[in-house]
Every structure is written in C-alpha cells, then in structure tokens.
Design a protein around this ligand. Structure first.
Ligand SMILES: O=C([O-])[C@@H](O)[C@@H](O)[C@H](O)[C@@H](O)C(=O)[O-]
Ligand SMILES: [Mg+2]
Length: 416
C-alpha cells in the first residue's frame, strides 16, 4: 500500500470577528487540507495549520513521503523531520511535528479505509463512545466592519458580545444548538473585572456547567492571583492566566485552582521543567502541533504518569480536524475533560459532506465507519481553495486586522 501522491491544498473560510488578546479574527481563517493517494486511488484525508509558510514546508516534504508504505508512519515522521533539516536545521521541532500531523492523520484515514476499521481502533480502540466538547465563547463584534469605511457591517447570526449579557446570550445560543455541557470563555480582551463579571453571569445562568476562562497570558501575576481568588470556586480550571512556565509555576504556588495551558507546554521538551516546577496541572493536547494522533496518545500517557490532567486545545478548523480530534480523544484515557472546538464558528464553509459528525447533547458519537468517518466534498474544497487564492492572504494576523480599526492597538502582554 504505497503512497503515490500527496496533494496539498491551502484553503480559506469565513470566520466571525472573534476577539482575543492578540486582536480580532480576520474575515477569513486559513487551513491546509492534504490528500494522500495510495495504490488503487484510495485517498486519506488530513487537515492542518494554514498559511503560506506551512504550505511551503508541506510541499518541501512531499517527495520524502511519496513511495513509502501508508502503514510506515514512524518512518514517515522521521523522513519528514529529516527533509526539514532535523535538529540541525532551521525548522523547530514543534514546526516539524506540525508539518507531520496532517500527513499522519491522512495515513491513518487511509489505513482505516484499507482495513475497514475506524481510526479510533488503529489507536487502540475507544475508551469512550462519545467525546464531549465545550461551548467556546468569545467576545465579538456584531459583524466584520466594512473594509473601506470601517463602519459596522450587517450583524451575523451570533450578534455582538461585548459585555456579560452578550456573553450569556451567546452561551444560550451555542447550548441551545449543540447541548454543550461545559463552557470556556476566551478572555484577555477587557479589563479583568469585566471578565470576572461575565464569568459570574455565566455561573448564575448555567449553574450546572463547569466553567473555564482563558486570557492567553494577558494578565500579570498579581491579576492572575486575584482573579483566581475571586472566581476560584466557579471555575473548573484556569487556562494560561500568565505567560511562561516560571510564570505559571509562581501563580500555581499561590492558588488552589488547577492551571491549564496550551501556551507554555506545547512540546515534549517542555514537560520536564513543567513537572519539576509544578507549573501546570492540566495540559491541553492538540494533535496539530504535538505531532499527530499517536503522539497525542503518548502525551496522555506521560501526563498520566505525572498526575497531570489532559484537555484539548482548538483553533479555527473544519470537519476533517474535528473528526481527527474525536478519534484521538476517544482513544486517550487521560483526556477526561470536554475538548475545545471552534467548529460552530467555522462550519458554514466545511469541506466535508454534511451528515458526517455532529455535536449532539454536547458530544460527538465516535464513528464506527472506516477511517475518520468523514467524506470530502470536492466541490467545496475547490471553492474554499479559490477563496484562499482570491484573498491573497499569507498568514493569520489578528493584530494587523485590529489595527485597521484601532491603529494604536498594542498587543504586548501582559496587558492587565
Ligand atoms: O481563536 C482564538 O482566538 C484563540 O485565542 C486561539 O488562537 C487560541 O490558540 C486558543 O483557542 C487557546 O485556547 O488559547
Ligand atoms: Mg488556551
């Protein structure tokens, strides 16, 4: 079962004006879809980070992948790393893992089709039949401003969320549609007291829902400790209140709440220091940069060894990624928290056919169909590829986009 081709397709899709500590999401988010063609024309699908740099890196490893057996993922991982220059080269280990990830997912999808088994079974089988996801709330503008005048556009289906009422309204919308059983608020946008008020309003409106807040390192040590003391009992965990492993460790020493991260422990090399200094109690896995689905299971085992919990990080993504996230979460015993997903914000431009995976009652039932269990919509892929080409976009730039409307916007952290 030899890999005969690796087709790499950059895409762009609509994204609402979601606010974060860097700025605001642009009207288009970027991703890359890979199609791995094996003997007989069978295709395996993978989805990974977007942008021109990732595209260039993926293209540069194409010939190292073609000609290998689709079952040889360890050798393919090594070949990808070497094609990018290995440890001596200019591409960091994390970026090499990011390049390998969609290729590994595509191999597993193809393997699953060949063996007529779902990907979860190639990862050791399911330890849960359904994977819970959390409602991922964002402060947001009602619409993307008109690009020439900067004036507000027509409100999108979600409307504005710039205060506690807006955030609670958004939570109601997401929970009505998807039945989510836990809630995460992306913070670091407004002064902390406003964000504390939003969490309190959520706690009152959804007393049964575990709550999380994630300011992406926008707070100082003092602010983080104060917020933890004020919100403590209302929170399930406290995500990246400050930057760096030493910063998180200093906060952890003063509070009782578990600290979670997808910012300071993002590679295996970071784990020893994090464990030594008791910096984080939960690591947010993400197969896109931890090096694929098998590596994510390994991360789960390492975290378990050290008594660290595992949750899952997300970024703007479509249905191939959602399927991969679901399979690996189902096969990873340590991954006991509801996973993050941006899918409700982006699904309108999906490149997989509807009816694949759906979030119902807050969870996705783990597929039994072969491979990832999603089917590519070739027309949709071509459409979103054309959107990418027409956009002329190179990389995600939340700060640059915010500066079009607020020229003096300063993304330096910590801010509050
Ligand atoms: O989409 C966003 O604005 C998020 O802030 C994302 O970029 C983060 O990587 C992520 O979701 C997080 O949990 O930090
Ligand atoms: Mg985070």
């Amino acid at each position: 079962m030899i890999i005969r081709d690796l087709v790499i397709t950059p895409i762009a899709f609509r994204d609402p004006p979601l606010l974060n500590a860097d700025g605001v999401h642009e009207p288009l988010a970027l991703r890359t879809v890979v199609r791995l063609v094996v003997d007989g024309g069978l295709i395996g699908l993978g989805e990974g980070s977007g942008g021109r740099r990732m595209l260039g890196l993926l293209e540069s490893v194409r010939t190292a992948v073609i000609g290998r057996s689709v079952f040889d993922t360890s050798a393919i991982e090594q070949a990808v790393s070497e094609a990018l220059g290995g440890d001596a080269g200019p591409v960091s280990r994390r970026d090499r893992r990011t390049v390998f990830s969609p290729i590994e997912v595509a191999c597993l999808d193809a393997q699953g089709h060949l063996m007529e088994r779902p990907v979860v079974e190639l990862l050791g089988g399911r330890v849960r039949d359904a994977v819970p996801y959390s409602a991922y709330l964002f402060y947001k503008w009602a619409a993307h401003p008109d690009p020439t005048t900067g004036k507000p556009g027509v409100a999108d289906e979600w409307g504005e969320a710039l205060d506690p009422d807006g955030i609670v309204k958004q939570a109601h919308l997401l929970i009505e549609r998807y039945g989510f059983g836990s809630i995460k608020l992306k913070a670091g946008v407004f002064p902390p007291d406003q964000e504390i008020a939003a969490v309190r309003a959520l706690a009152e409106a959804f007393p049964e829902h575990p709550l999380r807040i994630d300011p992406n390192g926008a707070w100082t040590h003092e602010t983080a400790v104060r917020v933890a003391r004020e919100l403590g009992p209302a929170l399930e965990y406290f995500e990246d209140p400050v930057l760096t492993i030493p910063g998180m460790s200093a906060v952890a020493a003063e509070i009782d709440l578990p600290l979670a991260t997808n910012m300071c422990v993002v590679a295996f090399e970071h784990i020893p220091e994090a464990v030594r200094t008791d910096a984080v109690q939960i690591v947010l896995s993400d197969h896109h940069y931890w090096g694929g689905l098998r590596r994510t299971r390994e991360l789960g085992a390492i975290c378990e060894t050290f008594g660290i919990g595992v949750s899952m990080h997300s970024n703007s993504h479509l249905g191939i990624s959602l399927a991969a996230m679901t399979h690996v979460a189902a096969a990873t015993p340590a991954l006991a928290y509801a996973c993050d997903t941006h899918y409700p914000w982006n699904r309108g431009d999906d490149v997989v056919r509807p009816g694949g995976l759906e979030i119902v009652d807050g969870s996705i039932t783990v597929p039994h169909a072969p491979g990832l269990g999603v089917e590519l919509d070739e027309t949709a892929l071509e459409r979103q590829h054309q959107v990418f080409l027409d956009s002329g976009r190179a990389e995600r730039d939340d700060t640059g986009y915010m500066r079009r409307f607020q020229p003096d916007y300063d993304p330096i952290l910590p801010r509050f």
